[in-house]
Write a protein that binds this ligand. Structure first.
Ligand code: FER
Length: 358
């Protein structure tokens, strides 16, 4: 009797210990205090349906990076002489809030999508002194998987407002409108994105919504310059994948393009998340011979990207093998995060500045 009692107590103690250990392991591998995913397998293992809203947000706009003080800073670096060299990191002088610059604010709008048969939303960053007396170039900026039109405007650490505002204030680029669409172009409002082929189809349908519905809406609603020279396209991760796809399909529409940390799936492959049927055959990852192509087509990715790994590099290698001009660079030490986003945006605008100054 006494023996059985002692065994029961021992079993209880063991079970309690095991539970505690398990919790520790979960804390250690899934999330750190600042919500960064720390193990590669962790993201792969969590299927779309089990992803929390917080997890999904990380995909849409990148892993959280440490937020430096958001206080107004004096620019510390003098802007360098304009050249066409890629810089891996966006200089602090462009990400910092400057006292003498007024930045634009995001607002929300809607348009009728014939493609989806729905009213759909977008966020738009107008320059601070937006006026119908002027006309502005437009950048369409595409979010990551599980995102929506608020993904970029809701994350102050991507420094979009600062980069575009500071570069315009320095006279490098013209004041530019940035449109952040909802890239999930589903006809059924109840359909949800996820890591399976069918759930990804609405992303591949966005090309139709963008070209036939959103761009005409923006061009008729705001005071914008039209044509490829004044129309730019960029995207992060799933948005980077669709940026490449859209550019290859409609290269005549966009003069300046940047795909940041592009997700797999343009060509057939199986990664840690899912099997991708592929949007294109490998031999079609190129511009057709007679196409009017972008003046600048950038692909970039962090060297430590824990979500898309070397897929962006494989797109670069495929484009190169197929003879399609582009710029490829890596951001040393960057993960699937805002270091890659700020870098891509800065270098896109820098190439625009250089190209237009020529
Ligand atoms: C995938 C890997 C990454 C994928 C999508 C992503 C649809 C997108 C990540 C992101 O947008 O952050 O296999 O398949």
């Amino acid at each position: 009797m006494k023996k059985a009692y002692i065994s029961a107590i021992l079993a209880f103690l063991m079970a309690t210990l095991l539970c505690a250990c398990n919790e520790k392991v979960q804390e250690g591998t899934i999330m750190t205090a600042d919500n960064r995913v720390t193990s590669e397998e962790t993201m792969a293992e969590s299927s779309a349906s089990t992803q929390s809203e917080e997890d999904k947000g990380m995909f849409a706009t990148g892993l959280a990076t440490e937020e430096k003080s958001s206080e107004v800073q004096e620019a510390t670096e003098a802007p360098a002489e304009l050249n066409d060299e890629i810089e891996e990191r966006c200089p602090v002088t462009y990400t910092a809030k400057r006292k003498d610059v007024t930045y634009g604010e995001f607002t929300h709008g809607t348009y009728d999508s014939m493609t989806c048969g729905l009213e759909r939303g977008y966020c738009i960053l107008l320059p601070a002194d937006y006026s119908t007396d002027k006309k502005y170039p437009v950048l369409y900026l595409l979010h990551g998987i599980f995102g929506n039109e608020y993904s970029f405007s809701g994350d102050a650490s991507n420094k979009i407002k600062e980069i575009v505002g500071n570069m315009a204030a320095d006279g490098l680029i013209d004041e530019t409108i940035i449109v952040c669409p909802n890239m999930y172009a589903a006809s059924d409002p109840k359909q949800q994105p996820g890591f399976d082929a069918e759930s990804c189809l609405p992303y591949d349908n966005f090309i139709n919504d963008l070209v036939n519905d959103l761009m005409p809406h923006i061009e008729s609603t705001y005071s914008v310059l039209t044509g490829r020279e004044n129309t730019y396209l960029a995207g992060f991760s799933m948005g980077g994948r669709e940026t490449i796809f859209i550019t290859l399909q409609r290269p005549e529409l966009f003069g300046y393009v940047c795909a940041i940390s592009a997700a797999p799936g343009i060509v057939a492959t199986t990664d840690k998340f899912m099997t991708h049927p592929g949007q294109l055959a490998e031999s079609d990852v190129k511009f057709t011979d007679d196409a009017t192509t972008p003046n600048v087509f950038i692909l970039c990715c962090g060297t430590r990207d824990s979500v898309v790994g070397t897929y962006p590099k494989s797109y670069h290698e495929l484009l190169e093998a197929n003879g399609t001009d582009h710029i490829w660079y890596e951001i040393t030490g960057a993960d699937h995060d805002n270091n890659a986003i700020t870098s891509g945006l800065y270098n896109l605008f820098k190439q625009i500045a250089y190209d237009k100054a020529k």
